[in-house]
Ligand binder design. Structure first.
Ligand code: C5P
Length: 411
């Protein structure tokens, strides 16, 4: 931020919709708008009717160089403002301040003003910087609505604790404009801290064949592993995605996908790329056992009243690679636990020679197999713990990659 010249062209050509709702923190949005404009972005301000009580549209339009949108129609001309066009125009939408009421409307799709209709129409990434009194922030209703927004993939820029406009002290003060700017700019400029790195990701289930048409498998969808591959690639890394049988398209980016079926194939594929990798995330739900033999022909039902399939243990891919690991490789596993969660997950990480483990608890609704959301606790071998609340798998993946790989201390 100190480098004004670097700032000058940083967001050139980028389109930002800045949504302002009715809170005293709206005065800070003037600074935010200035930062975006200085960085070369085109900014369209959309303000709620209440927002106009706190900050005048003239100030905002003077700085943005565009008329501020507030109503569905311009009163004197009858011109209709298309929220759909605005939604498509935007590369990012930032709602700052986001009041408790605006957050509630966003979470529930209550499209009674231009800001919310624009929010619902946009395909771009949305950031929201909440601002409110501490009791409104703590209220279960607000927290429920925020959880919904996180699950929808909205980037919540957490408020700070400190003195509030009401004179009370607590959490609820909108984050400083510089910090909001940094979050949005880093998203828009495609901050690539992992450029030059390569990571292995295992994803999906494995199928262990019984005969040519039957198998032992599980319900893993592969969604979390694919989201991790995308997050790594978004941060500039190359990815070797070793995928079990899933029906997901390969995410865009520098992602080389190797499709496998069984645990043994997954191990072979993972071993073949491991040496070139800076780290690995073992997200696959690997079958623990496989039939000792796979029948050459379809096993006929009429010949038997009962049958027993002998199973043999599958190799543990994460543990094998944990043994081969070089000191500069960072390995991450997942643990789905039902009891003594932290203890079991930590034990698993140590036994397998991993550096981090992402703990999924079966007690958490909305986390785990097949869902589009997840909630994990990241535990590091050095004792650090980081909670990632329930949110879209794409956002959980982003946070995991940021915490584990983008922090230079962890390399
Ligand atoms: O021991 P458990 O199956 O609970 O360990 C889960 C972790 O180990 C996950 O990261 C999973 O991808 C990995 N794993 C593996 N190969 C196996 C079993 C588990 O890589 N055979």
């Amino acid at each position: 931020m100190s480098d004004v010249l670097a700032l000058q062209y940083m967001l050139k050509g980028k389109h930002i919709v800045l949504g302002i709702s009715g809170g005293i923190a709206a005065y800070k949005s003037v600074m935010l708008l200035r930062l975006f404009v200085k960085a070369g972005a085109e900014v369209q301000v959309v303000i709620t009717p209440n927002g106009k009580q706190f900050i005048t549209p003239v100030t905002l339009s003077s700085l943005s160089g565009k008329p501020v949108i507030s109503e569905f129609f311009t009163a004197n001309t009858g011109e209709w403002h298309s929220h759909v066009d605005l939604g498509l125009w935007a590369d990012a939408m930032v709602i700052a301040p986001a009041t408790a009421s605006t957050i509630a409307k966003m979470a529930n799709g209550v499209a009674d003003n231009m800001l919310i209709t624009s929010y619902l129409s946009t395909r771009a990434k949305v950031f929201a910087a909440p601002a409110m009194d501490l009791d409104m922030w703590k209220h279960p209703s607000t927290q429920r609505n925020l959880a919904m927004l996180r699950a929808d993939g909205v980037g919540i820029i957490e408020p700070e604790a400190g003195e509030l406009a009401s004179g009370l002290v607590g959490k609820g003060r909108m984050e400083e404009p510089e910090k909001i700017f940094e979050a949005v700019a880093s998203y828009l400029t495609g901050n690539k801290p992992l450029a030059g790195k390569t990571y292995l990701v295992t994803a999906g289930p494995t199928y262990e064949n019984i005969d040519p048409v039957r198998f032992i498998g599980n319900h893993s969808s592969g969604k979390m592993g694919f989201a991790l591959a995308k997050a790594l690639s978004d941060f500039g890394a190359k990815v070797r995605l070793v995928a079990g049988p899933v029906s997901l398209p390969t995410p865009e980016g520098e992602i080389e996908r190797i499709d496998v079926v069984s645990a043994r194939e997954m191990l072979a594929a993972s071993e073949s790329v491991f040496a070139e990798c800076d780290g690995a995330i073992f997200c696959a739900a690997v079958a623990d056992y496989a039939p000792a033999e796979c029948a050459e022909k379809k096993i006929k039902r009429e010949k038997r009243d009962s049958m027993t399939i002998e199973l043999v243990k599958n190799p543990d891919i994460s543990a094998r690679l944990g043994q081969l690991k070089r000191p500069n490789q960072t390995l991450v596993g997942f643990a789905l636990e039902t009891d003594n969660e932290t203890e079991n997950a930590t034990g698993k990480m140590m036994r397998k020679g991993l550096d981090w483990i992402a703990l999924n608890s079966l007690r958490d609704a909305g986390a785990g197999f097949r869902t589009d959301t997840n909630k994990v606790t990241l535990i590091a071998a050095d004792g650090r713990v980081s909670e990632i609340p329930l949110m879209a798998k794409s956002e959980v993946a982003r946070r995991m990659v940021e915490t584990i790989f983008c922090n230079a201390d962890n390399q």
